[in-house]
Design a protein around this ligand. Sequence first.
Ligand code: PXL
Length: 282
Amino acid sequence: MRVLAINDISCVGKCSLTVALPIISASGVTCDILPTAILSTHTGGFEGYTFRDLSEDIPSILKHWKSLGLQYDIIISGYLGSIHQIDMVKQIRKDFLKPNGLFVVDPVMGDNGKLYSHFDHQFVIAMRNLCRVADIIVPNLTEACYLTDTPYSDAPDSDYFSILNKLKTLCPQPSITGCDVLQDGILRSTVFYTDTDGSVKQYSTDKISGAFHGAGDVYASALVGALARGISMDTAVKISADLTKDSIYQTKLDGTQARYGLNSESQMYSFLKNLEAASAKK
Ligand code: PXL
């Protein structure tokens, strides 16, 4: 199994490739990377960060890869710095994804109801078009609302299934992460997702209060790792949501600033045990 992760390198503030590479590799599959930009830190919560766009380097990297005949079982794209990079990713999918491969898009654009800096309405439209050629998309609630032109609300009685159904017009297996749902009077963090047969489902974990940066990256990377191991969508969602919740829980216990990202390192052993148990059951 060979996975390609297309994302930025934020040197500090664990997210994007500094999360994708360790988690996907630890899952037991090869993870190649295509960095889209190098930043001193990510853009959410730090001032004065550097940002080097790597678009110019990408064509020669791809030319070399073509000469090696590289082909991928799964390609996952994350933070893309421009519409031009979105177009490049579409071409990468055409050139480097195996005929029955999976194209997973994490449409990184915003959080808490707002777009991240650098992104505007044109970018949202371009990202929507990228989602149209994906097999699986993993937006958070903010991104799902932008993708579907739905007014943002994180109220626990929101009609998440209706947003999921709108996302289904874009791609066969959408999901929405980080949705608050009330169960027996208790707030639970829920992922709404689409199983391989097209049925829509949900999986909830304990809600840990606070905003935690990089949670979407941990979830998406674990999901790709689990799917690359041949684990079913249901179990892959469960294992990934549990890893995310456990990492958030540990980060809260550590008391580190949210902008420095999640302590998923401490949860790797139990993540791997869960992957092994699921693989043994197949
Ligand atoms: O975690 C998402 C992300 C990825 N990459 C960069 C970001 C963000 C979110 O702020 O700024 C550069």
